[in-house]
Ligand binder design. Structure first.
Ligand code: NAP
Length: 424
C-alpha cells in the first residue's frame, strides 16, 4: 500500500482506466454472472456493468485532481499548506442488489486516492465481485490492493469494523446493520460512509406531464424488480389527476414480462430470496387488510419460486406498514393528496432521506418543493437519478458520505496542513 500511495497519480489513473476498459470489454461475461446470481434481466445486468464501469472511469479522472491548497496565513512570517493524503486501508461491505456498481463506486475512489481496499460482498452475489477483482489484476493493479473476502458477516463484519489497521469503513445496506457498524467502528474512530435504506416519495402534481411521470415511475419502481434503495416507495398523486394517472400506469405495468432474467424478452426477474418474497407478501396483505385495493397483481407469480406479480395498490394510507417500510418488491402503492403543502409534509414523513422524485411543469414549484424535501437526492421530472457525475447519498437515517462526483473521493482522503513559520 505504501508504494501505491507514492505512485504518480497518472499511473493510478492509467490502471483505473485500463480496468474500466476491461470491464466494458467483458460486459457479456459479467452480465451473465450477474444475472445468474442476482436474477435481474440481462438488459439490466448489462446496464449495471456500464454503470459500474463508469465509476471507475470517473475516478481515474479524479485521481489526477487531488490537489492541495496554500491558504492565507494569519501573519507575514507564516505559510499554511494543505495536503490531501490517502486515509489508509479501507474496508467495504456491499449488498446484493447492485453487486458490481456498489463495489466499483467504493473501490475506484479508494484506489484513485492511493488507498488499499478489502471488500466483503453480499453472500448472494460474491462471483460478480470476484470477477471484477480479477479484471483489476489483469489491468495491472498490484496484488493486495483490492482484496475480496467472502463468508459469514457475523465473523468478517466485526473484524472490518473494529480492526485498528482499517482506517475507513464504507457500507451500503440496511439502516439496521449500518447502525450496528457505526457503533462498532466508533471504538477505533474510523472514517465511515453509510449508504443505507430509503423510502422514496414520488410526487405527481396536477401540472405534470402524466405520460412522462408514468415512464419515470416505471424506471424508478421496477428496476431490479423493485429491489433498489432509490425505488419509488410511496407514490403521491394529486386528487385531480389520480384516475388518469392510474389508467396510464395500469397499462404500463400490465406490459411487464416476468420470468428468468436470462431470457431476453423478460423485464422482471425474481426477488432475491424467500425472505424477500415473504416480506412483500406481508406488506401487501397488511395494506389490503387496512383498506388498499389491488388494481393489478397482489400475489406471488404463478411461475413459483421467488417471482412476484407486478402489483398496483390503490387507496393506500399512512396507517399501512408500507408507508414506513421499504417494500423492496414490484409493488406500486398509490396515495392521494390535495395541496402542495400536504404533499411535502407526506413526503417528509419518514425517518430516512435518500431519494425522492417530483413531477411538475411549474418552475416555481420545482424550486419550492425541491428545497423543502428532506432528501439527499431529488429527481425532478426523471426517474433515473444515479450516475457517476452525481453525489449519491442520503440524509437522516439514510446515512452520510457521498459516492460519485468530485465529492466521492473525499471520504478516502484526509486533510493535513503544514504550518511554516519564521519565513520573515
Ligand atoms: P443488509 O442486510 O444490511 O446487508 C448488506 C451487507 O451487509 C451484506 O453484505 C451483509 O452480509 C452485510 N451484513 C449483514 N449483517 C452484518 C453485520 N452484522 N456485520 C457486517 N456486515 C453485515 O442489506 P440487504 O438486505 O442485503 O440490502 C438491501 C438494503 O441495502 C436496503 O435497505 C437498501 O435500501 C440498502 N441499499 C442502500 C443503497 C444506498 O446507496 N444507500 C444502495 C443499495 C442498497 P450478510 O448477508 O452475509 O449478512
Amino acid at each position: 500500500m505504501n508504494s501505491w500511495k507514492h505512485e504518480p497519480a497518472s499511473r493510478r489513473a492509467a490502471i483505473l482506466q485500463k480496468w474500466h476498459d476491461l470491464l466494458v470489454a467483458h460486459t457479456e461475461d459479467l452480465a451473465g454472472i450477474l444475472t445468474a446470481e442476482q436474477g435481474k434481466p440481462l438488459t439490466e445486468a448489462r446496464a449495471e456493468v456500464a454503470y459500474g464501469a463508469d465509476y471507475v472511469r470517473w475516478f481515474a479522472g479524479e485521481a489526477l485532481r487531488i490537489d492541495g491548497e496554500i491558504l492565507q496565513a494569519p501573519s507575514p512570517d507564516k505559510r499554511v499548506i494543505v495536503l490531501k493524503q490517502p486515509v489508509g486501508l479501507c474496508a467495504a461491505i456491499t449488498p446484493w442488489n447492485f453487486p458490481i456498481a456498489m463495489v466499483t463506486r467504493k473501490v475506484a475512489p479508494a484506489l484513485a486516492a492511493g488507498c488499499a481496499m478489502v471488500v466483503k460482498p453480499a453472500p448472494q452475489t460474491p462471483f460478480s465481485c470476484l470477477a471484477i477483482a480479477e479484471l483489476a489484476l489483469r489491468a495491472g493493479l498490484p496484488s493486495g490492493l483490492f482484496s475480496v473476502v467472502t463468508g459469514e458477516a457475523s465473523v468478517i463484519g466485526p473484524v472490518l469494523s473494529t480492526h485498528p489497521l482499517v482506517r475507513k469503513l464504507s457500507f451500503t445496506g440496511s439502516t439496521k446493520v449500518g447502525k450496528l457498524l457505526i457503533a462498532q467502528a466508533s471504538g477505533t474512530v474510523k472514517k465511515v460512509t453509510m449508504e443505507l435504506g430509503g423510502n422514496a416519495p414520488f410526487v405527481v402534481f396536477e401540472d405534470a406531464d402524466l405520460e412522462a411521470a408514468v415512464t419515470g415511475l416505471m424506471v424508478s419502481k421496477f428496476r431490479a424488480s423493485g429491489q433498489t434503495c432509490i425505488c419509488a416507495n410511496r407514490i403521491l398523486v394529486h386528487e385531480s389527476i389520480r384516475e388518469r394517472f392510474t389508467n396510464l400506469l395500469k397499462h404500463a405495468v400490465s406490459e411487464l414480462r416476468v420470468g428468468p432474467g436470462t431470457q431476453e424478452s423478460i423485464t422482471q426477474g425474481p426477488l432475491i430470496d424467500r425472505a424477500a418474497l415473504n416480506k412483500v407478501e406481508h406488506l401487501v396483505s397488511d395494506a389490503v387488510a387496512k383498506g388498499a385495493r389491488v388494481l393489478l397483481g397482489g400475489r406471488p407469480h404463478p411461475l413459483g419460486g421467488t417471482f412476484y406479480e407486478p402489483t398496483i395498490l390503490d387507496g393506500c394510507t399512512p396507517a399501512m406498514e408500507l408507508w414506513h417500510e421499504e417494500i423492496f418488491g414490484p409493488v406500486v402503492a398509490l396515495y392521494e393528496f390535495s395541496t402542495e403543502e400536504e404533499a411535502v409534509a407526506m413526503a417528509n414523513d419518514t425517518r430516512v432521506g435518500l431519494a425522492s422524485y417530483v413531477y411538475t411543469s411549474d418552475m416555481r414549484r420545482f424550486w419550492r418543493v425541491g428545497e423543502a424535501l428532506e432528501y439527499g437526492m431529488v429527481g425532478v421530472n426523471t426517474g433515473a437519478i444515479s450516475n457517476a457525475a452525481a453525489p449519491f447519498g442520503g440524509i437522516k437515517e439514510s446515512g452520510y458520505g457521498r459516492e460519485g462526483s468530485s465529492h466521492g473521493i473525499d471520504d478516502y482522503l484526509t486533510l493535513k496542513y503544514l504550518c511554516l513559520g519564521g519565513i520573515g
